[in-house]
Design a protein around this ligand. Structure first.
Ligand code: ADP
Ligand code: MG
Length: 705
């Protein structure tokens, strides 16, 4: 590629900038990840202060933030002793008087300012005894030119305590940005959108956008800059996604499942214990269309907890077997893998299908047997944890791979599945974390997308309430009632990630308390927590699943997937500590049978407004998609599980929730562009092509999600 001088200047290491020495350079790298000129250019201000005009002192109010005033200093005095020693100067304009106060550098200021002199002062206004004052103002000798004000709004940048200690506060960084922009010309920030699009949306040029995001002549200019840069972020995110997707569709040859054979048919006709929901049927149809197309499938299946995703996966695995292919199903935890294995085994018990479970705790003898069966092709279905994607596991003919509860898996782990066959297997990624559709299409735009928006019939909505901790005895009485009716209960304690020790202590205290409410031998309690070995967890889980214990006390390790239909009540301790989608996932462990189920959220009396809002939503709805929308609103997309590692939603300015309209516009623009010019070769799209070529690295983030 032809490297122009322009590209080179933005690639300069940050030390090359006037005002940045080795020490500051180090700090900028460490604290702000600013390595190059380009990084600094992309370090956007938090806000701006307006020094374009003078404020009238008499017009300052408690609401005033920063102010710039000019006037005459009427007197200067040093007050107080030692630590409270301060210099106070009174500055007067025709509308009023303000106090300027210094606690430090008193001697220096004393020499610099004179009674009777005219000055311009700038700083944050506060009020003391009803009088306006500015502490440590910036102060300059008055001149008519300065009093006319700056020609732009002054940026204030995000910074850190460490940077401040090296006198790189939010405004000092502005000085650096200012000198950087003096070096940069229009050629250094070339246009990256087609002219037509710029005209259509009346965008300012990219060069102007970068100038005005830092130093806008006015509020309006700043808004234009933000709008332009947001659009760019959304446009290129969407474009990259579509390109990945279309290259996959064009180039990834896929295995063909063209036969509906005996296994699928007899399972469907004889062994399926219920009739499929319409959503399940629709999704099966979508998957079958893909797997028959000759192209490799990468599909995200999203369905609320309990919507019956497993059976869909199972039926596809049978179809794969009918067509001579092996399948693998990967679960995030051993418990869950075991559960899948148990239920698949029992569903298939009368069919000639060879199914095995492989986890970290499989014995070496068993492991050898399984690896052998995979290699010879005698094994039809392998279920397990991430153990199934290790290099040692070689298949004779892997055709279908299912990843359950996808957010617990890294992208890289999923990518390994592709390598398990010379023609990559079809991949079905299943998640119960509902992601709002707009977000899903952007975050996972390179995956095809199916939704199961229907629960199997007969499910009763879970009744959810919020109770204060002082009502714990009554809550436990209610749990007792349920147990008396032969039901089972979960009691969940929060997992505070920073301190597994604290979690453990909390859980143990809780366990003792639960025991005092539910003494043996009248009641039996299981406990599962992160510090247990896999076998211990398994034993405890199984005892609960078999109904040998009445209560499961646990940290959030049960969050994902366990299925105990007889459990009808869940108590969540310190519910304010959980995120919305986490609460929803947890709650999904009850209400899996036909009995009425309950979820009780316990908290102390003092909780934050956000937490209160979360609890309110939980008690108001069971709809995972509504909850996800709300979660997105409360937390922003960066925190939604599964999107963080994708990196695709880490926009600087754009926000998927607030900028929905612009997202739609960007999407439409991308679609139009690719429709007329799929390879981006037309002259008018050259800016787009050049930009993509220069920023290639960013597309490498993912192959399957
Ligand atoms: P999830 O989508 O959360 O993984 P599962 O696949 O574990 O849900 O299904 C939850 C429960 O619903 C299981 O006990 C399953 O057997 C049952 N189930 C699935 N599909 C249906 C259906 N169409 N009718 C009745 N029950 C179903
Ligand atoms: Mg599941």
């Amino acid at each position: 590629m032809h490297i122009t001088f322009s590209a080179a200047i933005l690639n300069n290491p940050i030390e090359y900038l006037h005002g940045v020495n080795t020490i500051r350079g180090d700090m900028l790298r460490k604290e702000l990840q600013v390595f190059t000129f380009n990084d600094l250019l992309n370090h956007f201000p938090l806000r701006h202060v307006d020094r374009t005009k003078m404020d009238k002192i008499g017009a300052l109010t408690y609401q005033s933030d920063y102010a710039q005033v000019c006037g005459r200093i009427t007197d200067i005095e040093v007050l107080g002793e030692k630590r409270s020693k301060r210099l106070v100067a009174h500055l007067q304009d025709e509308s009023g008087e303000i106090e300027l106060v210094w606690f430090q550098g008193i001697n220096w200021i004393q020499k610099a300012i004179k009674e009777g002199g005219q000055y311009i002062a700038f700083g944050k206004v506060s009020f003391f005894m009803n009088r306006p004052q500015i502490s440590h103002p910036e102060i300059e000798v008055y001149s008519a030119e300065k009093a006319a004000g700056k020609s732009f709004l002054e940026p204030v940048y995000p910074t850190t305590e460490k940077l401040k200690s090296k006198s790189l506060n939010g405004r000092a960084i502005g000085k650096l940005t200012y000198s950087l922009l003096q070096l940069i010309t229009e050629r250094d920030i070339p246009e990256n959108l087609p002219e037509e699009l710029i005209k259509k949306y009346r965008f300012i040029s990219r060069y102007d956008a970068y100038r005005f995001i830092h130093f806008p002549p006015s509020e309006k200019h700043y808004e234009h800059a933000v709008r332009r840069i947001k659009f760019e972020e959304l446009f290129f995110a969407q474009l990259r996604m579509n390109l990945i997707k279309s290259s996959r569709h064009r180039f990834s040859k896929g295995l063909v499942f063209d036969k509906v054979g005996d296994l699928f048919n007899s399972f469907y006709n004889q062994y399926l214990p219920f009739s499929l929901t319409n959503a399940q049927k629709r999704v099966l149809k979508e998957i079958r269309k893909d797997t028959g197309s000759g192209k490799q499938m990468n599909r995200l299946l999203q369905g609320d907890v309990g919507s019956g995703k497993t059976i869909v996966a199972l039926m596809m695995m049978l179809l794969a077997a009918d067509n001579g292919f092996q399948s693998v199903m990967m679960a995030p935890t051993e418990i869950l893998a075991q559960q899948h294995y148990n239920s698949v085994k029992s569903l298939l018990k009368d069919l000639p299908v060879y199914v095995k479970l492989l986890t970290g705790s499989s014995s070496s003898k068993e492991r050898r047997e399984i690896l052998n069966a995979c290699e010879t092709g005698s094994l039809h279905i392998l279920i397990g944890t991430h153990a199934v994607i290790e290099d040692k596991v070689q298949f004779s003919n892997l055709g279908f791979a299912v990843v359950d509860e996808q957010h617990k898996f890294g992208v890289a782990q999923r990518a390994q599945l592709w390598k398990k066959n010379s023609i990559p297997p079809h991949v079905l990624v299943m998640t119960a974390t509902p992601i709002p559709r707009t977000l899903a299409l952007t975050a996972y735009g390179d995956l095809d997308y199916s939704v199961m928006d229907e629960l199997p019939p007969g499910r009763q909505p879970i009744h959810t309430v919020h109770r204060l901790e002082n009502k714990r005895p009554q809550v436990m009485d209610f749990v007792k009632e349920q147990i008396t009716n032969q039901r089972q209960a979960y009691i969940i304690y929060p997992l505070i990630e920073e301190s597994s020790k604290l979690d453990y202590e909390n859980l143990m205290k809780g366990y003792e308390e639960v025991k005092s409410f539910f003494p043996e031998p009248k009641y039996w309690i299981s406990m599962v927590h992160g510090k247990m070995s896999a076998e211990q967890k398994e034993v405890n889980m199984q005892r609960f699943a078999k109904g040998e214990t009445n209560i499961m006390v646990s940290t959030t390790v049960i969050e994902v997937g366990v299925n105990v239909p007889n459990a009808t009540v869940m108590v969540i301790e310190s519910a304010e500590k959980f995120g919305l989608s986490q609460l929803h996932q947890l709650r999904g462990r009850v209400g899996r049978g036909t009995e009425k189920s309950f979820c009780i959220l316990l908290t102390g009396p003092k909780i934050s407004n956000d937490a209160r809002e979360r609890l309110k939503i939980m008690t108001a709805t069971n709809d995972g998609f509504k909850i996800a929308e709300k979660d997105l609103e409360l937390r922003g997309p960066g925190d939604i599980e599964g999107t963080r590692q994708s990196g695709i939603l880490n926009f600087k300015l754009a926000n998927i929730v607030n900028d929905k309209v612009m997202l739609e516009a960007a999407k439409e623009a991308v679609e139009n562009l690719l429709e007329t010019d799929p390879d981006i070769n037309m002259a008018e799209n050259l800016p787009v092509k050049n930009y993509l070529n220069q920023h290639k690295g960013k597309t490498a983030w993912s192959k399957i999600s």
